[in-house]
Design a protein around this ligand. Structure first.
Ligand SMILES: Nc1ncnc2c1ncn2[C@@H]1O[C@H](COP(=O)(O)OP(=O)(O)OP(=O)(O)O)[C@@H](O)[C@H]1O
Ligand SMILES: [Mg+2]
Length: 233
């Protein structure tokens, strides 16, 4: 195995100018994720878990440290300083991100949202269609909802759609921010099932899970924020 991701001494704080205060995001985080591995991040609320993933996806610009990612397209890059153009390329073709909430795209149906994502990965229109259908079916997405706008969907439905959108591309590296937090047990099992499939297909994953026990058997190692390192699961 070789490292796909190596985070070294990553720190990110936030300056709140209006209140003239500094808030600690994450501080001095170092961790390695091997190719094909599933690493879970745990820690109490506010300890900086989401901040790490957002630095990787570059929603946050890291303040110090490096995030070495062994990309397919550009070889080894530092996501902490990589130029925007290549960050966008990697977001489209290599790195997937599931946030806890669906940022609803106006006037786009559930089916279109997943299909637009699939279209980035599959050149053939028939594959786009079949993969979209497979994904919506996998999550038991009610047929009557497929061609509706998701703004009226329930929280769980939005979340499942969000996951379907990210997973349909089969990204090389997938970042998951509590993807099962507000799901019922049956839906959680579906997510787990897909995660297992992606892992079998070689996807490397870094995920935040409130209930990591649920991922037992899928999760290879656990990084705990309080411990500041890997702990035995
Ligand atoms: N954009 C931001 N502006 C200001 N402060 C922020 C911002 N993002 C995060 N923070 C602060 O950074 C700290 C870490 O937040 P983060 O979201 O990473 O925590 P977390 O470990 O994911 O928590 P939770 O388990 O509740 O999701 C918190 O104190 C939060 O208030
Ligand atoms: Mg969080």
């Amino acid at each position: 195995m070789s490292a796909m991701l190596e985070i070294r001494n990553l720190s990110k704080g936030f300056t709140l100018h209006a209140a003239d205060r500094r808030v600690r995001g994450c501080e001095d985080v170092s961790l390695v994720v091997e190719q094909g591995e599933f690493v879970g991040i745990t820690g109490r609320s506010g300890s900086g878990k989401s901040t790490i993933l957002k630095c990787l996806y570059r929603t946050n610009l890291p303040e110090s440290g490096s995030i070495l990612y062994d990309s397919e397209a550009f070889g080894m890059v530092d996501l902490a300083t990589l130029d925007e153009r290549r960050v966008i390329y990697l977001r489209n073709y290599e790195i997937g991100y599931v946030s806890q909430f669906l940022d609803v795209v106006p006037r786009t149906t559930a089916r279109q949202i997943v299909a637009a994502s699939a279209a980035e990965a599959f050149a053939d229109e028939r594959d786009v269609e079949s993969e979209t259908t497979r994904m919506l079916e996998h999550f038991d997405f009610p047929r009557p909802l497929w061609d509706l706008y998701p703004n009226t969907f329930s929280g769980g439905e939005k979340l499942r759609l969000n996951i379907a959108r990210a997973m349909v591309r089969r990204p090389r590296l997938l970042l998951l921010d509590e993807p099962t937090a507000s799901l019922d047990n049956a839906s959680k099992l579906k997510v787990r099932d897909l995660i297992e499939q992606l892992k079998a297909g070689g996807t490397t994953m870094l995920g935040i899970f409130h209930d990591l026990e649920f991922m037992e058997g899928v999760c290879d190692r656990e990084y705990n924020m309080q411990a500041g390192g890997f702990v035995c699961a």
